[in-house]
Design a protein around this ligand. Sequence first.
Ligand code: SF4
Length: 383
Amino acid sequence: MQQINPFGEGFAQEIDRYDWDETIRAVDSTTEADVRRVLAKAATGRTQLTPEDFMCLISEAADPFLEQMAAMAQAATRRRFGKTMSLYIPMYVSNACTNKCVYCGFNHDNPFTRTTLTLDQVKAECEAIKKLAPFDNILIVSGEYPALCGVDYLEKVLGVCRPYFNNMTIEVQPMRTEWYERLTHAGLNGVICFQETYHREAYKKYHPRGMKSHFEWRLNGFDRMGRAGVHKIGLGVLIGLEDWRADMAMLARHLRYLQKHYWRTRYSVNFPRMRPSESGYQPNVVLTDRELVRLTLAFRIFDSDVDISYSTREAPAFRDGMMTLGVTSMSAGSQTEPGGYASTPDALEQFEVSDDRTPAQVVEAIRNHGLEPVFKDWDAIFD
Ligand code: SF4
């Protein structure tokens, strides 16, 4: 009798085709000739780059080509997105969490008073955000506590937010296909999920408890979003856990897999570097600024359609420097504690924000770089 996988079907059944150490060796063995060949292929604009091409571009061998890569990434971004920068703002609705991610301040074992916003508080947050700036893209974020912040709660939150925002994205626990469908009918436009790391064995070490400890359930969540017809899916890796070259190669493979299977969907990628958290966890892996530049340029050359997002985890000068080089969306004025816009609560932040400029200051920086800040790029009428 055929066995049914309790965590569903999807990329988790594909990923084992790729060996982790072999992936790192392939990146490390890249030569300058390989990089020249990939850049020449990209310059023709006729053939889509493969994840193996992408691996050449993130290698050390690509470092001498950084200026050429920057010019190509900028041209590709302008062709597809114009001179624009899309802006969004996160709204944390709860910091309750049943998981024990060792690197996170919201970790279940971290003793602090948890906050889950009431619907009135959510409304107050919406109004406070609207007073900050004319944001139209909201990212609703919660810890993973389905009993408190499950589909029923999220559906109500979307209902409260809908009159204020045309574009609503959630970053919450992975859900069932039918729940994504239900939320899509409530106005949900996008879902962001961080796989954190694609290293199957190491994943367990960082996520020892709760639903998040199930690598396959999380990884196949992207397939469930695709099957549910979510308009935009965001993939994320947390840089600081495992070897970033292998994690990014797996992310590139995952993106190509999803594009092939759910071709109506739009995609975004996000690869923040770990910041200090209340848990006191220090990153295992450090990605230098120069490497992050190379990685971002490589991703843009690899895929000219994907939205590349930088959050306020990155410092102002670095975010400004990357504005014209492939990044297409940014958060601004972020508060990472529930209720952080309407009041000044003493609730815990998930991580320390590095760019604490106001939205007006970020807008000014965007304009100074010759770009148009875009608060609205979607209308609910398209739903
Ligand atoms: S990273 Fe997310 S799931 Fe993990 S402890 Fe923090 S809030 Fe919970």
